[in-house]
Design a protein around this ligand. Structure first.
Ligand code: ADP
Ligand code: MG
Length: 347
């Protein structure tokens, strides 16, 4: 028997191919995601890093079909467990969200409804998904609130979101995302607003989810330290494109893209006694209304002359499958420039 939706169970759990996302705005067309591809296997964690505005959230909101179709143009292929997500009906997407797939949003206020108690917002999806009784589901919600570090969870479950602090709302949303044991969890800057202890607690919960259910996790973060400790694979994004990919170990040890070098150099080093001054990447990311031709990073890149000619300004570098960096420097140049000019500065 053949199916048009592919073969669940075979191939990567999530496969994104040549994704383009554009927004119609008053100012023009925003090219938020510009040809991004990646795969994610069951049981693995993909870290996505990049400066603010690089398209990390937009990419992942597309996976869940959460963009407004009236103003968003999406092209490309998103296969989740063999099922095509682009163009899936709202009903299919509804069923997948909060069941097979869950997302921890960057902004907890948009994810929680002001009209229902926190406990209800966590217990209802669980009841719907598992068929548990109201009482069981409520108990599960209280347990989840405890797990994410909400004190007196049985009491606080009866609160409305506005009675929670920002950090507590963030944790409530994490509880909501985890309550149905999703097989794909997209965590968009999940711990940014949280203190270090709670942060560690949350990362432990993600780890447990993965151990128990073989879930795949996408972890979007600014924090390369978090990525180093929790992710298996890494995707570096810049100006709506994926510019470097590989295992976390390879990318952090032998980064090959000048943008990744910049990110590493601007990252505060916690383990060092002396506060190492940050070396921010000069300049700012380009406007996505009119991204530069060629390599989007070339206006900020210190190595354009090493490539020579106007290649960086005219020819778009390609990101290959597997270990790759979308940069016109030769493999040899990437290695020697990193070893001689960048590594010594990283300390
Ligand atoms: P990141 O998560 O990497 O910080 P985003 O994915 O949120 O970045 O945004 C990528 C780009 O798309 C930004 O320039 C942002 O302003 C733009 N953008 C995001 N959502 C919308 C929208 N709904 N309408 C118009 N532009 C948007
Ligand atoms: Mg974001």
């Amino acid at each position: 028997m053949t199916t048009t939706t592919g073969d669940p169970g075979a191939g990567p759990f999530l496969s994104v191919r040549d994704l383009y996302v554009r927004f119609d705005t008053e100012d023009g067309l925003v090219r938020a995601v510009d040809g991004v591809s990646f795969d994610l296997e069951r049981g693995r964690t993909l870290g996505i890093v990049g400066e603010s505005g690089s398209g990390k959230s937009v990419t992942n909101l597309s996976v869940l079909g959460l963009h407004d179709p009236r103003t968003t143009h999406t092209r490309g292929e998103i296969l989740l467990d063999g099922q095509e997500m682009t163009g899936a009906t709202e009903r299919t997407l509804e069923r997948l969200r909060g069941n097979k797939v869950a997302m921890i949003f960057q902004d907890s206020l948009t994810a929680l409804s002001p009209y229902y108690t926190v406990g209800r917002q966590i217990s209802e999806p669980y009841r719907k998904h598992t068929g548990a009784s109201r009482k069981e589901a409520w108990e599960r919600a209280v347990a989840m609130l405890g797990k994410v570090g909400i004190p007196q969870p049985a009491l606080r479950a009866k609160d409305y979101p506005h009675q929670f602090s920002g950090g507590m709302r963030q944790r409530a949303m994490i509880a909501m995302a985890l309550v149905c044991d999703p097989r794909l969890l997209i965590a968009d800057e999940p711990t940014t607003a949280l203190d270090v202890t709670v942060q560690a607690q949350i990362l432990d919960l993600l780890h447990d989810l993965q151990q128990e259910f073989g879930s795949a996790i996408i972890l979007i973060t600014h924090d390369l330290g978090v990525v180093a400790n929790t992710a298996d694979d890494l995707l570096v994004m810049y100006a709506g494109r994926a510019v470097e990919r590989g295992t976390v170990r390879d990318v952090l040890r032998e980064p090959r893209h000048p943008y990744t070098w910049g990110l590493l150099a601007s990252m505060p080093r916690l383990e060092s006694d002396v506060a190492v001054p940050l070396a921010p990447i000069p300049g700012a990311p380009p406007s996505l209304l009119a991204p530069p031709p060629g390599c989007p990073f070339h206006p900020r890149c210190a190595f354009v002359s090493e490539v020579g000619g106007d290649r960086c300004a005219s020819e778009r570098p390609v990101l290959a499958e597997g270990r790759s960096a979308a940069c016109h420097l030769s493999a040899e140049q990437k290695r020697t420039l990193f070893d001689e000019r960048i590594r010594p500065r990283l300390g």
